[in-house]
Write a protein that binds this ligand. Structure first.
Ligand SMILES: Nc1ncnc2c1ncn2[C@@H]1O[C@H](COP(=O)(O)OP(=O)(O)OP(=O)(O)O)[C@@H](O)[C@H]1O
Ligand SMILES: [Mg+2]
Length: 202
């Protein structure tokens, strides 16, 4: 089983993924957590480059760099883990590129999809959980958690609003949209309900 978490800065992805990992492990899943950008040594190096506030790169460059890392992540981490029977949970996946570089970044959704198609090579999650949050709430949470922030955290509030609106335009029936403006336990309850309803956990 392959699950992706998506959502803007501070939506609670890392928090909920940790809870879900424990929940599924207790129920017998062999859970592998991973993240994007990143997940393999080369992709982590690309992550450092892309998130470093000292680097100036445009949306096209960013899209290609992240897609290159994603090709590594899919081929050398996600597919082998799935083949070994693991439950893979990724903190962000290709949809972040659709939204951050494609929609909010101005590259265009179709171009972001074309660039990423060979990278994901048909490796699609069984479930994508969108933690849908008000931009101001998410950014406030993220700022409290970190000092300074990375290159993308420093984007304008308008950008973060476009990210959240962008996610809402790309959801289809593989997605579950969860109101992430609530407390941690309420959000996690919804995640478990969705997974149970879809027959993804006992
Ligand atoms: N439902 C919640 N209510 C209040 N605070 C929360 C909630 N969920 C997470 N937090 C806190 O908000 C901060 C950001 O949460 P978290 O790191 O899980 O978000 P994230 O989506 O992974 O963010 P990023 O995109 O920056 O990685 C953390 O300090 C976390 O403890
Ligand atoms: Mg996180």
């Amino acid at each position: 089983m392959f699950i992706a978490f998506e959502g803007g800065e501070g939506a609670g992805k890392s928090t909920q993924i940790e809870l879900l990992k424990n929940y599924l492990t207790e129920r017998g899943h062999d859970v592998e957590l991973t993240r994007e950008p990143g997940g393999t040594p080369v992709a982590e190096a690309m992550r450092d480059y892309v998130l470093n506030p000292a680097n100036t790169i445009d949306a096209l460059e960013e899209c290609f760099i992240i897609a290159t890392g994603r090709a590594s992540h899919v081929a050398h981490r996600i597919r082998p883990a799935l083949a070994a029977g693991k439950t893979v949970i990724t903190d962000r996946f290709v949809y972040s590129s659709y939204v951050y570089q494609g929609i909010a970044g101005g590259l265009g959704l179709e171009k972001a999809k074309r660039i990423n198609e060979p990278a994901i090579d048909g490796c699609e999650p069984d479930l994508i959980i969108l933690l849908d949050i008000e931009a101001s709430t998410g950014v406030a949470r993220a700022r409290q958690a970190k000092d300074g922030g990375d290159r993308l955290d420093q984007a304008s509030m308008a950008f973060h609003e476009q990210v959240n609106a962008g996610y809402r335009t790309i959801v289809d029936d593989r997605w579950a949209v969860i109101d992430a403006n609530r407390d941690v336990a309420a959000v996690f309850d919804d995640i478990v309900h969705v997974m149970t309803d879809r027959g993804l956990c006992a």
